[in-house]
Design a protein around this ligand. Structure first.
Ligand SMILES: [Zn+2]
Ligand SMILES: [Zn+2]
Length: 275
């Protein structure tokens, strides 16, 4: 509320800089500052993409890290070192990231607890565990004013712990990694296909669509389908599977609800929400 008693609505902006098995990085911010989620593309690309959408590196207050796979941490070392930027993840994930080849400066390392809120750049953030083939993987629920943003990009299935964080979101970034038919008939070796489809792998288009059809409500205003596979999916297939699943259940989107498919190697259009 302002001094004059008027309610001031703060604008919240979300932009995916890159999303997919070749690299992930997401921006969330308001007029004053912002945060990044993952740094799976080069620090140079992150800086360039942010500049293109009018965001300065100085406004970034930290990076949240979901797990140790290179498509989520490729740019982390350089990004944190060059910008004196703190990075936040659990002690177990730090343990899996830090090795003689990945040297994150000690003063950039911040430990966060699981399922306990912490505060950064005006956001209340909570990490929740998901099932994925890394030593530990987390999703993030980020609250700003009365808006909830949930990011869950690498998970083999949606477990009972993760589901509530996903269901509460107003803006949801959720994995839609592969088209079942393309994966089964594709050129990947059997063990890799099995790994991707396992409970500790990735969410397929149909799995994500069925889950979304179960939980969709008017509160969920923005759905961003994320982390699409280069070889086993297309944006058209991900979107078509979701639309078909919703239509089979008789679910119609309201005029306020938007679905986007995040681009693999370029920023996707900025989404603005009023806080
Ligand atoms: Zn990934
Ligand atoms: Zn991963």
């Amino acid at each position: 509320m302002s001094a004059s008693g008027k309610i001031i609505l703060m604008k919240l902006n979300f932009c995916s800089l890159s999303s997919g098995s070749s690299g992930n990085c997401y921006y969330l911010g308001n007029e004053f500052h912002g945060i990044l989620i993952d740094a799976g593309i080069s620090a140079t690309s992150i800086r360039k993409f942010l500049k293109n959408i009018g965001i300065s590196m100085q406004s970034i207050m930290g990076v949240l890290v979901t797990h140790n796979h290179s498509d989520h941490i490729k740019g982390l070392e350089v990004l944190t070192r060059k910008n004196h930027l703190p990075a936040f993840t659990t002690p177990k994930i730090w343990e899996s990231i830090l090795n003689p080849r990945t040297k994150i400066t000690r003063d950039c390392i911040r430990d966060i607890p699981l399922q306990e809120k912490f505060h950064l750049a005006g956001f209340d953030i909570e990490a929740f565990p998901v099932y994925h083939d890394a030593p530990e993987t987390i999703g993030f629920q980020i609250c700003a004013g009365d808006k909830i943003i949930t990011i869950a990009t690498d998970l083999g299935h949606i477990c009972q712990t993760a589901a509530p964080y996903i269901k509460e979101a107003n803006l949801l970034v959720i994995e839609s990694n592969y088209d079942e038919e393309m994966l089964v008939n594709g050129r990947y070796p059997y063990y890799l296909k099995a790994r991707i489809r396992s409970d500790h792998g990735h969410l397929g288009n149909l799995q994500t669509s069925v889950f979304l059809a179960d939980i969709i409500s008017d509160n969920l205003s923005h759905i961003c389908l994320a982390h699409l596979s280069k070889n086993n999916n297309t944006p058209e297939k991900a979107l078509q599977t979701l639309m078909q699943t919703l239509s089979e259940r008789g679910i119609k989107l309201t005029g306020q609800q938007q679905i986007s498919v995040l681009k693999r190697s370029l920023p996707t259009e900025m989404i603005s929400l009023a806080e």
